[in-house]
Design a protein around this ligand. Structure first.
Ligand SMILES: Nc1ncnc2c1ncn2[C@@H]1O[C@H](COP(=O)(O)OP(=O)(O)O)[C@@H](O)[C@H]1O
Ligand SMILES: [Mg+2]
Length: 312
């Protein structure tokens, strides 16, 4: 659905995007991750034909951003960074205006405006002036604008930026619902978002692609992959550490703060990040230890993100 081939953008001498290539398949929700200034928005602006690339190309549903701009823009619903719109307009008026720009009139236009108002739960705010909307509603108005022509591809630039936790949750639910019939590229620097909504993530840093994979594939690169946090009571801490360190599958053991009830707490890192929960459980049972806490980690995305974007 989206094929990006060595896309680059230079602003003067500054290389904002440096030969990025990736593909997004139909029906995927791909997270576009990276620190501030990594080149996410610039890449999205090139994909939506808002900025021409310095070199390289991309195709959206088979249309080239370099030579088929109008066709590309028909394929895409775009929510730009910080959700711009016309502040002095009412919500419905703004959506009708965008619909007209997209070429709809009469009952067709009204039907489409009604549909996107419903999709984004904006009916009650139809007559409100955009300037007076809360940030969450403004974000949804801009999202409604992006849906008016029922595009197969959505490009969303930090759709949850600046929202409170409830609004974030709502926007994520909306993205999930829309992903049933659309291909979505969504930028964010909120890592939980990637785990919550994305089938795959791309990580960029200083204009270059530094990582890609499913959330689980990325998590498997974490040093916390399959690490187990364990609290047991009625044991001597030194003996426990010694015993755990002696296990074949254990790479290292770290002592954490005791639980409030005095249970000894440790974090066990397995060799090769392999799952060792059943072996560990067997061992604890054999030793007749009383387990207060047993928590297996999938990995930590923030740590993988730092490793990939800072190189440490
Ligand atoms: N129009 C522009 N002129 C000059 N530099 C720009 C322009 N737009 C973006 N940049 C620079 O390009 C880099 C990437 O920006 P951007 O794509 O907005 O990053 P992100 O969205 O990942 O935070 C930044 O260093 C930014 O300052
Ligand atoms: Mg940005």
């Amino acid at each position: 659905m989206i094929v990006v081939d060595a896309l680059s953008k230079q602003f003067g001498q500054f290389q904002a995007v440096d030969e990025i290539s990736f593909e997004v398949q139909r029906g995927e929700v791909v997270g576009f991750l990276g620190p501030n200034g990594a080149g996410k928005s610039t890449t999205m602006k090139m994909l939506t034909c808002y900025l021409p690339p310095t070199s390289g190309n991309a195709e959206v549903n088979g249309f080239s951003i370099n030579s088929q701009r109008l066709q590309v823009q028909e394929q895409i619903g775009y929510l730009p960074e910080s959700a711009p719109s016309y502040n002095e307009m009412q919500v419905e008026e703004f959506l009708s205006f965008i619909g007209e720009v997209r070429g709809y009139t009469g009952s067709e236009l009204r039907r489409r405006v009604g549909r996107v108002l419903e999709l984004t739960s904006l009916q009650e705010a139809r007559k409100q002036i955009i300037d007076t909307l809360s940030k969450g509603f403004r974000q949804r108005t801009c999202l409604a604008q992006a849906l008016i022509h029922d595009p197969p591809v959505l490009i969303l630039d930090e759709p949850t930026d600046g929202l409170d936790p409830n609004q974030k949750h709502e926007v994520r639910e909306l993205i999930r619902r829309m992903s049933e019939e659309r291909t979505i590229l969504v930028s964010t620097h909120i890592l939980e978002e990637v785990e919550a909504v994305c089938t795959r993530a791309l990580i960029i840093s200083e204009g270059r692609l530094v990582g890609l994979g499913t959330p689980d594939e990325l998590l498997s690169q974490s040093i916390y992959r399959n690490a187990i946090t364990l609290s047991v009571s009625g044991v001597n801490a030194e003996t426990l550490l010694e015993d755990l360190n002696g296990l074949e599958q254990v790479y290292s053991v770290e002592r954490l703060e005791d639980m409030p009830n005095g249970a000894i707490t440790v974090r066990v890192f397995p060799k090769d990040r392999e799952s060792i929960s059943s072996e560990l459980e067997k061992f604890l049972k054999k030793k007749k230890m009383s387990i207060e806490q047993f928590f297996v980690e999938r990995g930590r995305l923030d740590e993988v993100f730092r490793k990939l974007t800072l190189g440490n």
